[in-house]
Design a protein around this ligand. Sequence first.
Ligand SMILES: [Zn+2]
Length: 268
Amino acid sequence: MTEQRVNDAEVTWLDPDTAQLRQPKASHWEAPFLYLLFGRERSLLIDTGATTDETVFPLRTTVERLTSEWLRRNPAVFVRPYPLVVAHSHAHGDHIAGDALLRGRPGTTVVGTSPAEVIGFFGFHSWPDETVEFDLGRRVVDVIGGPGHEPSAVVFFDRRTGILFTGDTVLPARLYVRDLPQFRATIERLIRFRDDPTAPVRELRGAHIEMSNDPGVDYPAGTVDQPDEAPLPLRPRILDRVLAAVDELRGMPGERVVRRRFVVVVDR
Ligand SMILES: [Zn+2]
């Protein structure tokens, strides 16, 4: 048995091929969630956390451990080194800081973080109004353009689990709207995607929890101890509520619209 250290990732297997990692609050108050999806030909890591130091948050060690564990359970997958693609929900520092820890890892491709690099890597032709497929090998992930919180933001939909990985765009937290028209268009795009019966969305999982279990009450930025956190997953119908809340905004800096499970904030 290995000793659990305070800064180790909090790992939850959402299904046998999908690991959710949370960077613990003890290593950084943002405590972002990361996701590692395994396919027959490659794995996809969504986000790399808020820390560039392996001794503060052992991202690379965790990725190695989970990958070895999955490969042991899937001995028919014999490509070595088993490829890993590192992509991002968006380019803010608390989601990309760990890139440096994985760059240079054998078989690893780290996708760039500018809009042009994201568009080029996934092959968008009409960004952001397009959904493109990214195949992990018998496991297709849809990549949906998602600017508004940040210009290079994307949302990943995993057809296997029905999870929409919504980054900092929709989550039980403060939804920081940097570009209001783009943010609104992204929420509409996600609603259209959700309403397409060929892509059944089961739940949304974002990148942080900032709401408490008290409806409409958020933990202030910088909070390290969140004993009464709201649950991370959100139901697909939350998207309608986000759109309605966005439509109440007049676009003034710092303006907030509070809902039970999230707070929309104009951030510019
Ligand atoms: Zn962000």
